[in-house]
Design a protein around this ligand. Structure first.
Ligand code: PLP
Length: 386
């Protein structure tokens, strides 16, 4: 059976692996070597050197990630932001314009707003759920459209099918940050996206102990990003490659449990009298539910909710939870809770936050892999203490 026809679970374990294993090793050793012996006639970008991201550790990860999303090629990067900024610097030139979805990861948003102009780039932000409005942002110099699979912290699902169609109609490169969904729940290439980006720091590695990133998609585009990353120096260290490789093998079992626990938690919160609103695409009450059910294999481990008591109640809740840890970031095995108004969206004024729908009392949850019943009990005890 061809590798691409095997299930995602099997691909996670076996795709891209060197078989038979080196010296019979079941697991790939860490090639902790900055450089490798020269081969006659090799060009600069072919020299085996850690910055050029071409050790066996990098090669196996790239092949595995490409196989996971059913894509032609992939690369790993030193962080999600190294992947994202390398995409901009390799695929855009002075004068180019980008259409962004309006609620982006903070680092990406700040980079576009603060740094694009210095590189001669321009951009506009559009509502991902209103494809009819995107044409107004289009210019002759528009090159790329960039969205996120599930937004932070309101976990909205943009009209992703229309993004692909719009990009094709207007000859744009379509790029999606697929971090929140992970390849278990969504594979953008299958829908027609040109590039899928990940902060591997989150679900791919899954253990909150390294930062890393990935670019997955069309071979020609990935090769251009790789060339630029070789200059910028954003390659992933060999030891971090090993940890990402190890983390990836349990991606499917982790994410499926996180999907299930997040749904259990979302339902319990929705039924609770102290909770004003729950955002989770797995709830039939969610505006993105139908689309998420159609496009995704699971609704993900991320949810957010508002308490009747606003910011004060939210602070008390964070003080009272015992299992969940109050910390930023997401996608690991521990359940994490944050108040976006005080963390990711602290740079905005209260008015701006209201405009983007982030209430001061909003709590974001990254569901871990603890027992779901324990998580529900922990949240309910904290709500009872308000
Ligand atoms: C964390 C995150 C990033 C940035 O990734 P780093 O690994 O921290 O550089 C980008 N996009 C999304 C959606 C993220 O959650």
């Amino acid at each position: 059976m061809g590798v691409s026809r095997r299930s995602l679970d099997t691909r996670l374990i076996h795709a891209g692996e060197i078989r038979p294993g080196i010296e019979g090793a079941v697991e790939l050793p860490i090639f902790q070597s900055a450089n490798f012996e020269s081969v006659e006639g090799e060009a600069y970008h072919d020299i085996k050197y850690m910055r050029l991201g071409n050790s066996p550790n990098h090669a196996v990860l790239s092949a595995k990630l490409a196989a996971l999303e059913g894509a032609e090629a992939a690369l790993v990067a030193a962080s999600g932001m190294a992947a994202i900024t390398s995409v901009f610097h390799s695929l855009l030139s002075v004068g180019d314009h980008v259409i962004f979805q309006d609620c982006l990861y903070g680092g990406t948003y700040d980079y576009a707003r603060r740094e694009f102009a210095r590189h001669g780039l321009t951009c506009d932000f559009v509502d991902g759920e209103r494809p009819g409005s995107w044409g107004e942002a289009l210019r002759p110099e528009t090159r790329l459209i960039y969205v996120e699979t599930i937004t932070n912290p309101l976990v909205q699902v943009a009209d992703l099918e229309s993004v692909v169609a719009f990009a094709r109609e207007h000859g744009l490169i379509s790029v999606i940050d697929n971090t929140f969904a992970s390849p278990v729940n969504f594979r953008p290439t299958e829908l027609g996206f040109d590039l899928s980006l990940h902060s591997g720091t989150k679900y791919l590695n899954g253990h909150s102990d390294i930062v890393c990133g990935a670019v997955i998609g069309r071979a020609g585009l990935v090769a251009r990003v790789k060339r630029m990353m070789n200059y910028l120096g954003g390659s992933l260290d060999a030891h971090a490659c090993f940890l990402l490789h190890r983390g990836l093998k349990t991606l499917a079992v982790r994410v499926r449990q996180q999907n299930e626990s997040a749904l259990t938690l979302a339902r319990a919160l929705e039924a609770h009298p102290a909770v004003a609103r729950v955002n989770y695409p797995g709830l039939p009450s969610n505006p993105g539910h139908e689309r998420a059910a159609r496009l995704f294999d699971g609704f993900g481990g991320m949810l957010s909710f508002e308490l009747d008591g606003g910011a004060e109640a939210a602070k008390k809740f964070l003080d009272a939870v015992e299992i969940a840890i109050v910390a930023p970031s997401l996608g690991g095995v521990e359940t994490l809770v944050t108040m976006p108004a005080a963390t990711s969206h602290a740079g905005l004024t209260a008015d701006e936050r209201r405009q983007v729908g982030v209430a001061d009392g909003l709590i974001r949850v990254s569901t871990g892999v603890e027992g779901a019943a324990d998580l529900v009990a922990d949240f309910e005890a904290a709500l009872a203490a308000l």
